[in-house]
Design a binder for this molecule. Structure first.
Ligand code: NAP
Length: 310
């Protein structure tokens, strides 16, 4: 039996090496060289893969995302019916995202954009000192990534709120949930950070209406998925000055087209979907563990809840 690695990225070889380092007895196939379709018992996929293709493998027991997100696996046609899908929960991925969030929160909080603009003009000018205890952070999503970022920001002394689908307690974080909760949180958020999964319910959540609820001069950080932001609405809010600046790691489509206004916008920081990169050697143990469990008919870990969509 074999694991099929389905990605067009250079990471394919790293994944193969990492899985073999965990279990040298594994048979690894690199798509499209799948060999006999009946051999394939698990597919480890990234977002370039055509999910319809996985219907060809009659003995498939498990699909694993190469990242924390699974929107790329669930969109139509979706995984073959009845096959479980697992996502990654990996400390290096989480650390990477926390670093990205902290970096950009501090950049905005400590007026880094203003100081760079002054430096460009060779102006020596001290701006009013920001007050950490009064800079309110609102995090959309308090899952694996959102909760870790929340804890890191709390350690600096920022007041942190978080919005979730179901009521969720993270120590020190003011929790909000549901549509009314979203509006209430936005009204008291100076730096909004999106760490939601992309589902039909969360697509376009950062739009003209929700941006207008943020206090004037608020900042936006999106490192979840490009589909969470209505790009034209964010550009309008930036151009009107209602939103002071944005740090964006994810876009729709990706790569961000060269002519897109985000590239040249003076108040937008563009990243190439690099906030939290999967390190195969760190992620491989849980993939191998799940394969063993699937073979033995045991309960799988990090499973996607199809009804919730993440
Ligand atoms: P997770 O552990 O599944 O947490 C998701 C959080 O979002 C949960 O708190 C969940 O609420 C909340 N949520 C889901 N749907 C919601 C809704 N309709 N309304 C309000 N809250 C909702 O996910 P994660 O591991 O933190 O990852 C989040 C996302 O980050 C991934 O799906 C992926 O798209 C993105 N990501 C991006 C990168 C990158 O490089 N840019 C890297 C990794 C991940 P409950 O607590 O109620 O379940």
């Amino acid at each position: 039996m074999a694991i099929l690695l389905c990605t067009k990225t250079a990471a394919m070889n790293d994944w193969r090496d990492a899985l073999l380092a965990e279990d040298s007895s594994l048979e690894i196939r690199l798509f499209p060289e799948a060999g006999d379709p009946a051999d394939i018992e698990a597919a480890v996929c990234w977002n370039q893969h055509d999910m319809a293709e996985l219907r060809r493998y009659p003995n498939l027991k498990l699909i694993v995302s190469m990242g924390a997100g699974v929107d790329h696996l669930l969109r139509p046609p979706g995984p073959p019916p009845g096959i479980p899908v697992a996502r990654l929960k990996d400390h290096r991925l989480t650390t990477g995202m926390t670093e990205f969030v902290v970096l950009n929160v501090l950049r905005f909080h400590r007026q880094d954009l203003e100081y760079r603009a002054l430096q460009a003009k060779r102006v020596w000018e001290e701006l009013p000192a920001p007050d950490t205890a009064r800079r309110r952070i609102g995090i959309l999503g308090l899952g694996e990534l959102g909760a870790a970022s929340a804890r890191a920001l709390l350690s600096f002394g920022f007041p942190v709120s978080g919005w979730t689908r179901t009521p969720r307690e993270v120590e020190g974080v003011t929790g909000f949930h549901g549509t009314e909760g979203l509006d209430a949180m936005l009204r008291q958020t100076d730096i909004l950070c999106c760490l939601l999964p992309l589902t039909p319910q969360t697509r376009g959540v950062i739009n003209a209406r929700t941006l207008a609820l943020l206090p004037r001069g608020a900042f936006v950080i999106n490192s979840a998925r490009g589909g969470h932001v209505v790009a034209e609405d964010l550009l309008a809010a930036l151009d009107s000055g209602h939103i002071a600046a944005a740090a964006l790691d994810v876009f729709e489509p990706e790569p961000l087209p060269a002519e897109h206004p985000f590239w040249g916008h003076p108040r937008v920081l563009v990243w190439p979907h690099a906030s939290a990169i999967t390190i195969p050697s760190s992620a491989a143990p849980q993939v191998v563990e799940n394969l063993r469990r699937a073979r033995e008919g045991r309960e799988l870990i990090n499973l996607v809840d199809f009804s919730a969509g993440y």
